[in-house]
Design a binder for this molecule. Structure first.
Ligand code: PGA
Length: 254
């Protein structure tokens, strides 16, 4: 299966000039490099999508950090899947833990977004994972099961292969705390099992399962490669082109 290295730039890159510096840096570190079998994807804030679309670098695909589920209309402040397509996006992060936490996104809401992304031929990157409190109370597997099942209600088998799932323990996002190999493997096997139940083996195997949370060039071997994850979702380290591409090279060469 293809591997994915996805950068979530979050609410960073504050100006057009900062964007230019970032994109030039990305050009510099990707020049002369081949990434065979690995998709490199960057998800900038919405205001930068046009700048990223005009950017010439063909080694990097574009994604967004969120969508709304209607295609157009009176939804003040929202961005539709059709807009994302027209601005060069092929991927979209949905259900990130920061959206669940700060914006109260429910499983049902996330499900509408997944369906809408799929209908518009975008690849949803669904984030699931337990909080520290849920882990401490031993609810990790229940939480993952609920989040995956809620998000995928009504998704047809034929569309399953379009989906990417990132297991991101919330307590590892932005903290440098890392899960054990058993924790990541447990989550991965559980997600694969649910996918088998939902879509049947053949279609379930087409869904990429990534790891996210404090991934760096130092940790990627331990949390992704050794555990045969299909790639990584990267926050902080995606803000520095050299660090991000180093991780992509390690994954690509593994
Ligand atoms: P991090 O963030 O790499 O900074 O831990 C990951 C994420 O939020 O997806």
């Amino acid at each position: 299966m293809k591997k994915f290295v996805i950068g979530n730039l979050k609410m960073n890159i504050l100006s057009m000039s900062e964007r230019e510096v970032y994109l030039k840096g990305m050009d510099r570190v990707t020049t002369g490099k081949k990434f065979t079998g690995t998709e490199i994807i960057l998800c900038p804030p919405f205001v930068h999508l046009e700048g990223f679309k005009k950017w010439k670098n063909k080694k990097v695909k574009r994604g967004a950090q969120d969508i709304f589920f209607e295609n157009n209309g009176s939804f003040t402040g929202e961005i539709s899947p059709v807009m994302l397509k027209n601005f060069g996006c092929e991927y979209v992060i949905i259900g990130h833990s920061e959206r669940r936490k700060y914006f109260g996104e429910s499983g049902e809401f996330i499900n509408h977004k997944i369906i809408s992304a799929l209908e518009n031929d975008l690849h949803p990157i669904l984030c699931v994972g337990e909080t520290k409190a849920e882990k401490d109370e031993d609810y990790t597997l229940e939480v993952i099961t609920r989040q995956v099942k809620e998000a995928l209600v009504g998704v047809s088998r034929a569309k399953a292969g379009q989906i990417i799932i990132a297991y991101e323990p919330v307590w590892s996002v932005g903290t440098d705390a890392l899960p054990s190999a058993n924790e990541v493997m447990g989550a991965k096997l559980l997600i694969r099992k649910i996918l088998h139940e939902l879509f049947g083996k053949k279609y379930a195997e087409e869904v990429a399962i990534l790891y996210g949370g404090s991934v760096s060039a130092k940790t990627v071997q331990q949390v992704c490669i050794d555990l045969e994850m299909d790639g990584a979702l990267i926050g902080r380290e995606s803000l520095t082109p050299g660090d991000f591409i180093k991780i992509a090279e390690i994954i690509n060469n593994s």
